[in-house]
Design a binder for this molecule. Structure first.
Ligand SMILES: Nc1ncnc2c1ncn2[C@@H]1O[C@H](COP(=O)(O)OP(=O)(O)O)[C@@H](O)[C@H]1O
Ligand SMILES: [Mg+2]
Length: 263
């Protein structure tokens, strides 16, 4: 597998007037092609900042981020992004919202409309193409946001707590939808969350970040193959991994597994 995202000694200091806030102190990790990497950490530890730097939407104070062999300096067409809020345009229909990146990037409309239809079908939104965002539930709006992020067939998908505002049942459904999408379209993904179970359920690897200024204190491979379904959530191993991660985040200690590996 080729390395698709390499974050190398990345640091971020925000300047607000005379004050400096070090949001990310020194973060390094890689994501291989087709890998789904979840980033877990407490609120305010710099997760969104890290993702924004990967997206080219925030400057990097020092260090660098390489995507597809190129340093990130600005937003790129082959990267799809999803946020906690669906950020749909309220006056546009579902179909128009999904095709918005196609329009902005001046790509051929007809073939992308075909792809949009396929994605709409995949996430269970067939029949809603002409609806406006206010006519949809929160979960449906996030489904539209997934389709919009995937319509140009990006190599990389960056997701910043995309399901955090949803109720528990809708969130479970969205997790399953995302697993299906991964089985079918296989992107390289960075997925920020503060739900431990969500991270373990979805990801191939889970990175744990400490409190601000953030560094990565654990990089754990999740030993479940794909396709996955909810039954893995009942396995003892799944719950052991969750307990281990919870303990790590609460204690904010260096990982015993990592220390054992280093020894
Ligand atoms: N634009 C900004 N200017 C100044 N400080 C910021 C800015 N964005 C975020 N921060 C600060 O950086 C830290 C990390 O924020 P953020 O990346 O949003 O964390 P998280 O997503 O993990 O909750 C916080 O202390 C936050 O207040
Ligand atoms: Mg955030």
């Amino acid at each position: 597998m080729a390395t698709n995202i390499a974050v190398e000694n990345v640091r971020k200091v925000y300047q607000t007037g005379k004050d400096e806030v070090e949001a990310v102190s020194n973060v390094s990790f890689t994501a291989e092609e087709g890998e789904f990497v979840a980033i877990l950490g407490p609120s305010g530890c710099g997760k969104s900042t890290l993702l924004m730097m990967c997206a080219g939407l925030e400057t990097i104070t020092s260090g660098r981020i390489i995507m597809d062999g190129q340093p990130v300096t600005e937003p790129r067409a082959h990267v799809g992004i999803m946020f906690q809020d669906s950020t749909l345009l309220p006056w546009k229909t579902v179909m128009e919202n999904i095709l918005f990146p196609v329009k902005v990037q001046k790509r051929p409309m007809a073939e992308h409309k075909e792809r949009a239809r396929e994605l709409i079908h995949m996430v269970g939104l067939s029949g809603f193409e002409e609806k406006k965002p206010h006519q949809l539930s929160g979960g449906m709006r996030q489904r539209v946001a997934i389709c919009r992020a995937l319509v140009t067939d990006p190599d990389i998908l960056l997701m910043d707590e995309p399901f955090s505002a949803l109720d528990a049942m809708t969130r479970d459904e969205m997790n399953d939808a995302l697993l299906d999408i991964w089985d079918r379209y296989r992107k390289t993904g960075l997925f920020v969350t503060h739900s431990i179970r969500e991270a373990v359920y979805l990801a191939d690897r889970v990175l744990v970040m400490t409190r601000r200024p953030a560094t990565v204190v654990e990089d754990l491979r999740i030993p479940f193959g794909r396709p996955r379904d909810r039954s893995i959530g009942e396995k003892a191993e799944f719950n052991e991994i969750c307990a281990y991660l919870r303990n790590l985040i609460e204690k904010r200690e260096d990982s015993p597994r990592r220390q054992a590996r280093a020894a």
